[in-house]
Write a protein that binds this ligand. Structure first.
Ligand code: SF4
Length: 499
């Protein structure tokens, strides 16, 4: 008899924190990442490591958080809607006792597939004849609908609308039939899209990454224990070290006594998401051998070479444009300055229905330093522009404070196509840059000029080569077949024309 205990509340009082749907003040100007994953196996209680790991990766998903541990006899899981610190309150001493065990997986989520509710929050668990399985998944399974229908016809039922449950069911079905290692290999051969996973099958931890390596996944060591995480900063913060990136297509089996590669489902090219380097990942992380902070400095430098301008000061859109603005300043010789102060507590704001409310929300989020702006010719550096609402208001704020000129420089190429691999950019007509000239974009956002880094400039800044990156949302050509979309890899980049 197997059982999974879901802890949905403190003794006597529910602790599942529920929030209304939240977003950036202007309906999510920035794209949202879908998830962070963490896994631990070792000689100590897994819970504190998993909790610290999740807190370190809060930027990758603010909608829900969850931790599942296995104590040798059963899985226990607690998850809730909201930030990690809201779901797992430090003051709740019972948490550690209620999540015992020296192995576990953890998850934070921003949904890009499936609805925003607790059922879809990770980790997702199942029990079958093999035992217990829990999965934390970052990415998006592009053939989830098709697999779900196939499994439904065979009699499977689904509890959630999440693609992660489809993945879990596929894994479960295969390992019952073929055993764990062969079953996982067969499941991987049927899954398409992006997945970086921390997988717990009974007392063994597995790290699994899709064959293109679209989303990041690291293996690290903390003392005599092993940790897997979406970003390397987790190992630093836990006082450990990175062993290496999980290779694209690799399944690593990890126990307290060591780790080994079970298989590598290789492909000729990798497709690491360029947006990890542009915006998503923490600057102090190193992903697939490229440090995010250094890549962002290089993007700023390259932008200054491609789009120079006479100006008095370079200021970032805080916080995500900071390293790129520094790079622009270093290359151009124009002094770097802070001209906008970000209210870091204003992030979680309801969607604003009216223009006035949206403007107020940006004012709450970004306030100018008047002396840095008044009478100045400003280079305003932003890491990326998706829909363009925030940059529009930001330019207005600068002009209202007496900026003489505002030149917007963007450290990613124009985003013109959807993402199918776990980033919340789904609708073509939402993209500011699609089908417009630079002058038209400048006019629309009220800037004196606009410049975007080139695709070649971005590739060189990241340093992984064009065969190593996914550029789908920049080119409209995807590294994985997507119905109705162009399937071609970056080798055809020379022929790329902005659609
Ligand atoms: S389409 Fe864009 S955001 Fe999505 S994985 Fe590719 S590079 Fe990243």
């Amino acid at each position: 008899m197997v059982s999974i205990l879901t802890i949905s509340g403190r003794r006597g009082a529910p602790t599942v924190v529920s929030h209304p749907q939240v977003s950036d003040p202007i309906t999510g100007q920035k794209p949202d990442e879908d998830c962070a994953v963490v896994g631990y196996v070792g000689s100590r209680n897994a819970f504190p490591f998993l909790l610290t790991g999740l807190k370190s990766l809060q930027h990758r998903g603010q909608e829900s958080a969850g931790i599942a541990t296995f104590d040798g006899s059963m899985i226990r899981i607690k998850k809730g809607m909201g930030l990690v610190a809201e779901v797992f309150r430090e003051s709740d001493q019972s948490l550690k006792d209620s999540l015992p065990g020296n192995i576990g997986v953890a998850h934070t989520r921003y949904s890009t597939h499936g609805s925003k509710n607790l059922e879809n929050a990770g980790p997702i668990t199942i029990s079958n004849s093999i035992g217990y399985i829990a999965i934390s998944h970052n990415g998006e399974i592009t053939n989830a609908v098709q697999l779900r229908e196939e499994m439904k016809k065979r009699g499977s039922g689904f509890i959630t609308s999440s693609d992660t449950e489809v993945m879990l069911m596929e894994i479960s079905r295969n390992i019952i039939e073929l055993g764990i290692n062969a079953g996982l290999r067969n499941a991987v051969s049927r899954l398409r899209g992006a997945y970086a996973c921390a997988l717990m099958i009974n007392g063994t931890l597995y790290a699994l990454r899709d064959p293109m390596g679209i989303r990041p996944l690291m293996l690290g060591q903390v003392g005599d224990s092993y940790v897997i995480a979406s970003e390397s900063c987790v190992m630093d913060i836990l006082g450990g070290s990175v062993i290496r990136d999980v290779k694209p297509g690799e399944l690593i089996e990890i126990t307290p006594s060591g780790y080994r590669t079970v298989f590598i489902a290789s492909t000729p090219n990798t497709a690491h998401c360029m947006f990890e380097y542009v915006y998503f990942a923490r600057p102090d992380s190193v992903i697939d051998g490229s440090e995010v902070f250094s890549a962002r400095i290089q993007m700023g430098r390259r932008l200054a070479k491609e789009y120079p301008v006479d100006a008095d000061i370079v200021i970032p859109v805080p916080d995500s444009g900071r390293a790129q603005a520094l790079g622009y300043s270093q290359q151009s010789g124009i002094p770097y300055g802070e001209g906008l102060i970000k209210n870091r507590y204003s992030e979680r704001t309801f969607i604003m229905p009216t223009q006035e409310q949206r403007a107020n929300a940006v004012r709450l989020k970004l306030n100018p330093i008047k002396s840095a702006i008044s009478g100045k010719r400003i280079v305003l550096v932003e890491d990326s522009i998706v829909r363009g609402n925030t940059i529009n208001y930001t330019v207005k704020i600068l002009r209202a404070q007496g900026a003489k000129e505002v030149h917007v420089r963007v450290a990613s190429p124009p985003i013109i196509a959807p993402c199918y691999f776990g980033v919340d950019m789904k609708t073509r007509d939402q993209f500011l840059a699609r089908g417009k000239t630079l002058d038209q974009i400048a006019n629309e956002i009220g800037a004196d000029s606009v410049g975007y880094i080139s695709i070649e400039g971005l590739i060189e800044s990241i340093g992984l080569g064009k065969q190593g990156l996914c550029l789908g949302c920049l080119t409209g050509s995807y590294p994985v077949p997507i119905p109705g979309e162009k399937y071609s890899f970056q080798s055809e980049l020379e022929n790329y024309q902005n659609p």
